[in-house]
Design a protein around this ligand. Structure first.
Ligand code: GAR
Length: 269
């Protein structure tokens, strides 16, 4: 077994993925240990789960911060190291040509909430931050504070669909409503877009005639509980690398993309 990495997690809800990760740490299935669990939701089941395992927890009141900004945008205090213009230039969540106001409100209020998250996280050493059902998008502000090496980002997310299909908040529902015959889940590194970062791993399952959204969700979650610890273990073993690839298509279009290369495991001596 190698050296253990330290993991921080962010959750918004019940935290069944968090449970799978904690169990994998405690049973020694992955070379990792939990450093903290944070949430935007004081009632998140994941927080009590973490407390049962004596993992430190904290909450940042996103809803209160967003309301504070809406109520008094001029009086709203920005983090000292936040430059809204720079954040505009980098973000890819909004088309700022037609959504400038919305983008501005998003970037400013999120930077304030993320500044508080970073304040809590500063109390812990961690190698990797995992989003385990965290239902807030991260803005460039927090991503740039955590990621310093583009070849090895430090934030992972799990998404309930086979990305790049169905980004957003209801991956399994969108999969069923589209009439897909296969569903799945994806673990990816987080970038500035919505569920658009380099893909680390995916698992797929068949959708049978008559499967309800709940049935699909339960098939998907079972695979999520295997996939997330497996991807974290690849990280712990230092087997992940993000590389830039360029492909020239026959019509002259050039496709550029950051993708994850999984390095082979070291042969046993
Ligand atoms: C999981 O299905 C996860 O993939 C999804 O939320 C659920 C959380 O369940 N995440 C997203 O939709 C992120 N956009 P859990 O709290 O039981 O782990």
């Amino acid at each position: 077994m190698g050296k253990k990495i330290k993991i921080g997690a962010l959750v918004s809800g019940g935290g069944s993925n968090l449970k799978a990760i904690i169990d994998a740490c405690e049973s020694g299935k992955i070379d990792a240990e939990m450093a903290f669990v944070g949430s935007d939701n004081p009632a998140a089941g994941g927080l009590s789960r973490a407390a049962q395992h004596h993992i430190p927890t904290f909450v940042v009141d996103y809803a209160g911060i967003i309301k504070e900004f809406k109520d008094d945008p001029r009086g709203f205090r920005l983090p000292d190291d936040f430059d809204p213009e720079e954040a505009f230039a980098r973000q890819t969540l909004f088309d700022v040509r037609d959504d400038r106001q919305k983008a501005r409100a998003f970037l400013i209020s999120r930077a304030a909430a993320e500044h508080r998250l970073l304040g809590h996280m500063a109390g812990f050493a961690f190698d990797l931050l995992v989003l385990a059902g965290f239902m807030r998008k991260l803005s460039p502000y927090i991503i740039d504070h955590i990621d310093q090496n583009s070849a090895l980002p430090r934030i992972m997310n799990i998404h309930p669909a086979l990305l790049p299909a169905f980004p957003g908040t209801d991956g399994y529902g969108d999969t069923v409503r589209y009439g897909c015959k296969v569903g799945g889940c994806t673990v990816h590194f987080v970038d500035y877009g919505e569920d658009s970062g380099p893909i680390i791993g995916q698992r797929a399952f068949a959708i049978e005639a008559g499967d309800t959204i709940d049935a699909v969700k339960s098939k998907g979650l079972k695979l999520e509980w295997e996939l997330y610890p497996a991807c974290i273990q690849l990280y712990a073993q230092n087997r992940l690398e993000v590389v830039k690839e360029t492909h020239a298509l026959p019509q002259g279009t050039v496709v550029r993309r950051r993708v994850v290369k999984i390095k082979p495991s070291r042969p046993l001596r």
